[in-house]
Ligand binder design. Structure first.
Ligand code: FES
Length: 115
């Protein structure tokens, strides 16, 4: 069973079709952790390492400072962001990319192993 916070915006992970709720007060990475997925990489949680990279396909977010070393300006224009540094302002559709994608997609094929 997926634990979910009450209220907040509905976030859909396009990789798996899963949804969870995340309030504007929580960053998207903290919200994703509600999915209870083992293997979500524990990164810096401060916009510097890039392990939590996502692409916002639809919806509005507030963005906090992110390292240009991991999110280039042109990538940001295309919707790429760091989940630990964005806060949803509306319902979202996000594509998980980079290292975290493997952990998110692992459950879809029946594996819940830590990677
Ligand atoms: S956890 Fe390091 S950039 Fe998000």
């Amino acid at each position: 069973m997926i634990p979910q916070a009450t209220g907040g915006h509905l976030i859909q992970v396009t990789n798996t079709g899963e949804t969870f709720r995340c309030t504007h007060e929580r960053n998207l990475l903290a919200g994703m952790e509600q999915l209870g997925r083992k293997g979500i990489p524990v990164g810096c949680r401060n916009g510097g390492c890039g392990v939590c990279k996502v692409r916002v396909i639809e919806g509005e977010v507030d963005r906090r400072k992110m390292s240009r070393a991991v999110i280039a300006a042109d990538e940001e224009q295309e919707g790429y962001a760091l989940a630990c540094r964005i806060y949803p302002r509306s319902d979202l559709r996000v594509d998980v990319v980079g290292k975290m994608a493997r952990a998110v997609e692992a459950r879809q094929v029946g594996s819940n192993k830590e990677i």
